[in-house]
Design a binder for this molecule. Structure first.
Ligand code: NDP
Length: 285
């Protein structure tokens, strides 16, 4: 079974649109997401455009603030501070990566945790690891939603996550653990990676290398979630970290690239923005 993140996210966005349509009567306005884009990196421009389009579908107000890549760290931090204090703003997202002269850690930590729709703020990360209420990072959240929508039983399964980044590998491993999988995290220093991945009943790959996972690395009947977004060096087309054509026949469930995890990430960003808005409305009561 190929899980279409595109279809699932379209369905979820429709449901959110119906929810948001009731907000003006209930709360006097709709949620407001502000996205800051620094520079002109084509990948970042395309992600920011995707976020604006999804906001439109869901009925969320979206403001994209563009700044040149010559912006100083202090100027960016001042802008974030203004947005933190702006009561009409519910979510603030700074599109990554940032130019080298700006510390991403400082920028992420500067966003008010209540407006951190990406779920990257250290306090949200800490809350995730302590199983407290928090904003969940979008890609891991989307992956769990996809698994559940496909009817995959996570509890008790051997899950292997390849990749240990702060934004994907580590948090998705934690969410799988919270769903009672037995989780292994593999990385660039893992010895004999194929023997580790072959043991996976659920395999999540977030490495960033085109077609890195080959046929011999996947067990028959495994559930395979491909997070990677790469350019195929042969065709120039988008492709994942998993050799889809080779593995699709043997996997019980697999996600395509494009049209898999990517759309679910944006969908969860919309959900997080609504959550931040609703928490704020509750606090105001
Ligand atoms: P990072 O570069 O931050 O992390 C990559 C991870 O892969 C690291 O932990 C690294 O290990 C591991 N790795 C690299 N080479 C190997 C190897 N040979 N064997 C085993 N592990 C290896 O990437 P991200 O997590 O940010 O992103 C991963 C991919 O997912 C990218 O293609 C990115 O574009 C995509 N992505 C997609 C999203 C979506 O919505 N679809 C969202 C976010 C990312 P080590 O720690 O040892 O260096």
């Amino acid at each position: 079974m190929v899980i279409s993140g595109k279809e699932l996210s379209a369905r979820l966005k429709e449901e959110m649109a119906a929810q948001v349509a009731a907000f003006p009567d209930k709360y006097g306005r709709v949620p407001h997401l502000v996205v800051i884009l620094v520079g002109e990196d084509p990948g970042s421009v395309s992600y920011v455009t995707g976020k604006a389009k999804a906001s439109e579908v869901v009925g969320i107000r979206n403001t994209t603030i563009r700044r040149p890549d010559t912006i100083t760290e202090t100027e960016l931090l001042t802008l974030i501070d203004q947005l933190n204090k702006d009561d009409s703003v519910d979510g603030v997202l700074v599109q990554l990566p940032l130019p080298k002269h700006i510390s991403e850690d400082k920028v992420i930590a500067a966003i008010a945790k209540e407006k951190d729709v990406d779920g990257f703020h250290p306090l949200n990360v800490a809350a995730l690891w302590q199983k407290q209420d928090c904003v969940l990072p979008c890609t891991p959240k989307g992956i769990i939603k996809m698994l559940k929508a496909a009817g995959v039983e996570i509890r008790g399964k051997r899950a292997v996550v390849v990749g240990r980044s702060n934004i994907v590998g580590l948090p998705v491993a934690k969410l799988l653990l919270d769903e009672n999988a037995t989780v292994t995290i593999a990385h660039s220093r893992t010895t004999d990676l194929p023997s580790v991945t072959r043991n996976a009943e659920i395999l999540v790959v977030a490495v960033g290398r085109p077609k890195f996972v080959t046929d011999d690395m996947v067990a028959d009947g495994a559930v395979v979630i491909d997070v990677g977004v790469n350019r195929d060096p042969d065709t120039g087309k988008l492709c994942g970290d998993v050799d889809f054509a080779a593995i699709e026949p043997k996997a019980s469930v697999i996600t395509p690239v494009p049209g898999g995890v990517g759309p679910m990430t944006i969908c969860c960003l919309m959900e997080n923005t609504i959550e931040c808005f609703l928490r704020k409305m509750q606090r105001a009561l």
